[in-house]
Design a binder for this molecule. Structure first.
Ligand code: AMP
Ligand code: MN
Ligand code: MN
Ligand code: MN
Length: 302
């Protein structure tokens, strides 16, 4: 397991030698080891069918899905390069900020210790969330969420998406989004304020593991321009490397704004679909193109 899963990519992996075409790249995706709908094998299969050249698996606070993804690619000799990744939940000024680590050594001890801490926090939060949902009149949600988060013998992360799915299955809400809007989203009745690690801790762990730290989806934090700037300044001070500035479904104005932040704060740029499961709105690698003026995050990889 160790020999395959620690393999790292360098910047030449991002060029297609045989043609002038751009590589198809997606640096943000989830598997069933966190809240993704596909197993690592199914995700890899989909990426190959979509003719992706490079894919990063970035599950929430876990690297457990990477080994089987590497094995699958090697066993079937598939034409896909896999970037070892993770998406770490952090707490900043009352907001939950996601920091993606790319091209990490998943076996690094500092990173492993941080993951263990985050897993404990996830478990404690899940228990408290279950208790709060019980007070809302919904029994058995914690147990059911645990069951769907732990398909087979896998060691993955329990997330709010699992709770939302149970609330939907039990008929308490009409959609998963409603579960967030009414119960488990920030400020709602069953919301539990998490004690995630700081941005600095996440960045340090990623760097110690040899990777690059990317602020995930800056446009999705519901921050005013002033607060988003503060966040970017903090991220930069903490040693952050890149902003994820290309996501599906971004307005051209938003793309330009995010690019401007990269240029202004001398940050590299990343791009990814944040794929969780097949949907009408977005899919692996779709609508992702790095702006010419941006310095791609993979330029950092020797
Ligand atoms: P967690 O990391 O356990 O707090 O779970 C958050 C995950 O739930 C996110 O990564 C999303 O995939 C999913 N999610 C879906 N809708 C929402 C929402 N409205 N707010 C926050 N998370 C959402
Ligand atoms: Mn998610
Ligand atoms: Mn995220
Ligand atoms: Mn994500």
């Amino acid at each position: 397991m160790t020999s395959v899963s620690t393999s790292k990519l360098n910047k030449s992996s991002f060029f297609r030698e045989e043609s002038n075409e751009h590589c198809r790249i997606d640096l943000h995706s989830h598997t069933s080891y966190s809240d993704g709908g596909l197993t690592p094998q199914e995700l890899i299969e989909r990426a190959v069918n979509f003719q992706l050249d490079v894919l990063a698996i970035t599950d929430h606070d876990t690297v457990s899905g990477l080994a089987s993804a590497h094995c699958y690619i090697n066993d079937k000799n598939l034409p896909l390069k896999l970037v070892n990744g993770i998406e770490i939940s952090t707490a900043w000024q009352g907001f939950e900020i996601h920091i993606v680590g790319l091209n990490i050594d998943p076996n690094n001890q500092v990173l492993t210790e941080l993951i263990t801490k985050q897993q404990t926090l996830r478990e404690l939060r899940a228990i408290t969330m279950g208790e709060k949902l019980l007070k809302c009149g919904f029994s058995d949600v914690y147990d059911k969420a645990k069951t769907i988060a732990a398909v087979g013998d896998k060691k993955g992360s329990i997330t709010r998406a699992h709770f939302a799915k149970v609330l939907l299955q039990q008929g308490h809400v009409a959609t998963m989004q409603k579960a967030f809007d009414k119960y488990i989203g920030k400020g709602q009745r069953a919301y539990v304020k998490p004690n995630w690690c700081s941005i600095e801790e996440a960045v340090n762990a990623i760097h110690t593991a040899g990777g690059s730290a990317v602020m995930a989806h800056p446009i999705r934090y519901d921050l005013s321009a002033k607060w988003l700037r503060r966040l970017i300044v903090q991220f930069k001070e903490d040693g952050g490397d890149a902003l994820e500035i290309v996501l599906p479904q971004m307005a051209p104005q938003q793309r330009q704004l995010m690019l401007n932040y990269c240029l202004e704060y001398d940050l590299h740029a990343s791009m990814g679909s944040d794929f969780h499961h097949p949907s009408k709105w977005s899919d692996l690698g779709r609508n992702l193109r790095m702006p010419e003026k941006a310095k791609p995050v993979w330029a950092l990889w020797q």
